[in-house]
Design a protein around this ligand. Structure first.
Ligand SMILES: O=C(O)CCC(=O)C(=O)O
Ligand SMILES: [Fe+2]
Length: 329
């Protein structure tokens, strides 16, 4: 048997092994890469998941916060979130007394997951702010800035954030392992019969026969203290909390990703995925407002897509209507 010569071996390693080992890593950038500019961030870096590594580097309150201090803040307060025992995907919200949350956390197999707890309604009100490059948000009144607090072992199965929202999360401390599929892989990781995303812990793989193709496209990251992860609309993500973690984050809709949001939101409507509010009406409203040139193009393309989708879906439902005898139609 002929062995590979050294140059061939080098080529095989460089073009075969090395790219596949790195192709799936989520890109890391720093605020200086986009000079802190919101438009530059969205234009150049935000069309795929990205980690921004120095968002609150200058903020001592955030940099020095420990789990004990967080406990101190909350021990006589309530937290809001989900009980994993009731629903892994977190649709049933409950009030969790701080002392109950932290006692459970120390047990090692925490069942609570604090999420969507408004910072303004917490002891951290006024202490954290949305980073300036993520501060254009059509949803800001209801979803400005949230706390997230989850114990080691907490697991959020694959899902996409509802209604075409962008998501971001800054880890004050802890460690989270993200696995993310691009929106183009949605049909490969979605069981349209049971309306379920693939869950490696519970799903029967045979219900997702093209999973291998999706897995070839997946991107991953280990987010640690100081990392801000940004997930664009429609990217399907799974998160394992590997260390007790505390962070802040939010969901965003804005002009910069209006097209991707609408693509995702309309897809949800087609597939009975969770859809929180009338995204179409919201985007239509924005055509009357002042937008950047880039945002205006996004919104116009989003409206074109909405119009095309509504026309075609209407035709489809007409096709499906039973023909009524005697109407001549
Ligand atoms: O931290 C987690 O477990 C889930 C986070 C998530 O899904 C999100 O930020 O959208
Ligand atoms: Fe999410």
């Amino acid at each position: 048997m002929k062995l590979y010569s050294f140059p061939v071996l080098v080529l095989v390693l460089v073009f075969g092994l090395v790219p596949s080992a790195f192709a799936g890593e989520i890109r890391r950038i720093s605020v200086s890469d986009f000079e802190g500019s919101m438009e530059k961030f969205y234009r150049e870096f935000a069309s795929a998941p990205v980690i921004v590594s120095d968002t609150f580097a200058e903020d001592p309150t955030i940099q020095n916060l420990s789990l004990d201090q967080v406990e101190e803040y909350f021990k006589n307060n309530s937290l809001y979130g989900y009980n994993r025992k009731n629903d892994a995907l977190g649709r049933i919200r409950e009030r969790i007394p701080g002392e109950v949350f932290f006692a459970d956390l120390k047990n090692g197999a925490s069942q609570y997951y604090v999420f969507d707890h408004e910072v303004s309604e917490s002891p951290f009100a006024g202490k954290f702010a949305v980073p300036p490059f993520l501060n254009q948000n059509w949803l800001a009144d209801s979803y400005g800035l949230n706390l997230t607090l989850s114990g080691k072992g907490s697991f959020t199965p694959f899902h996409e954030d509802g209604s075409g929202e962008q998501a971001w999360m800054y880890l004050v401390f802890g460690e989270k392992h993200w696995v993310i599929y691009p929106p183009t892989c949605r049909p490969l990781v979605w069981d349209s019969f049971y309306k379920d995303f693939y869950n490696p812990r519970t799903s029967d793989r045979s219900r997702y026969p093209f999973l291998n193709c999706a897995e070839a496209e997946q991107v991953t990251a280990v987010a640690k203290k100081g990392d801000l992860i940004f997930v664009p609309p429609g990217w399907i993500h799974q998160v394992l909390t590997a260390e007790d973690s505390f962070g802040i984050g939010g969901n965003i809709l804005n002009e910069f990703q209006a097209l991707a949001s609408v693509e995702t939101g309309l897809n949800e409507k087609s597939h009975a995925l969770r859809h929180d509010f009338d995204l179409v009406a919201l985007v239509r409203e924005k055509t009357n407002q002042t937008l950047t040139e880039y945002g205006c193009d996004q919104v116009n393309r989003a409206i074109e897509l909405i119009d095309a989708w509504q026309r075609r879906i209407r035709n489809k439902s007409d096709d499906l209507l039973p023909r009524t005898a005697g109407t001549g139609s």
